[in-house]
Design a protein around this ligand. Sequence first.
Ligand code: IMP
Length: 440
Amino acid sequence: MSRAHIKRLYGESRVAAVLGAQWGDEGKGKIVDTLTAEANLVIRYGGGANAGHTIFVNGRKVVTHIIPSGAIRPNTLNIIGPGVACGLDVLSKEVKEVADVSGSRVVIDRSTPIVHPIHRWFDVAREANGGGIGTTQRGIGPAYEDMFSRRGSVRAADLLNPDKIEAALTAGGYYAERRAAAESYLASNVKLPAFPSLTDVVADLMQYREFVRPRLADTREIVWEAVEKRQCILFEGAQGVMLDVFNGSSPHTTSSLCGAAGIRATYGNLPITSVIGVAKAYATRVGGGPFPTELKGPEGDLLRELGNEYGATTGRPRRCGWLDLVALRYAVRMGEITHLVVTKLDTLVEFATKQGLPTPLGVHYNFELRRIGRNETLTSRVQRDSVVEYDLHSLPSSVLDESSALHPSVSSYLKRIQDAAGVPIAAVGTGPERDQLIFL
Ligand code: IMP
């Protein structure tokens, strides 16, 4: 792809975002990698080490979870924003493996909430106790809970001073209350690690003090200055709009804002011209929650094998199904998406060929004798109890025709997606390699 294509994707203001338009794992990595070639700043604005992303550093495959993807490029400044729930164990490891190798810089906002051992303990305990929703157990939900409850939340700048950490953990009776809650989990039959003492928690955080110290920054200032200088700025989303804490199917969501609102929540009203929503040509979901177009049984198993649909963070098999245009249109609206990138067309075509059947696209839900599909909030109940109506598409055995253009039947499948979503498709992924991305 040319620099002109990339610049066009950044749009007039040179501020762009790439985010998931489904339930995460849409293959954002490839388009993010492409855009980082022109980026001055790359910012992770939400989520934490619950995301998973496979990148190549000096030809070596590395699975990253939190470091911004610009870190593989020496000339980028990479930011962990104030909306991230930051696990320093994972971040420090990834900085060593990626940024220190490439020579790029990573900074952390002074106010970024830090995931601490109590957060991880409760994430594990709740899942083990049978009351969980299938989280990644990285402590993300409990870290955001404490940030919003304004108790027990340690911020990146607090690491410079152990007294501040201790104060944050004890104010309002936080630690004593958490320990009492932990005792009731420990009293049940579930096997759990010992609950960390206050000293353990402070010591755990203090081991990252020298890592954090030179990397602390006021990143709001940095971002707005870069806007004034008309630099290229890329916001990198985590998870997907259908897992957004406000707009996803509660309670089966992550605990952060996955759409463009997550950027504005912490950086204000930036002039973002391009919000690129990434969607697979089919759909996947990890963890619990409604998935109306899910393919269960051998069909779902085959799609999982062909697409290698296993979680990059937890290794869990992903649930697989057809592309759901009702959910996609909703994600476009809620995520403020201006363009789509559709990935893994090659996997869908291979699956269709093996099946020898037309490929369904979910276009409406029938719920309580009503046909819905527009302007409807996708509640868990609607998603669970509705019957999906499908359009059928005959796909060819190869995405490209003899002249290496998109096969006309693939183009009509894409046109149906674009019409339903209401925004243009800017590019499509036709294979696993970096250059297997066609700009439309
Ligand atoms: P948490 O974000 O670890 O609290 O998990 C909450 C839900 O979000 C679970 O269903 C997870 O499987 C899902 N989730 C979190 N991160 C990702 C991701 O990067 N890709 C896909 N699903 C995710």
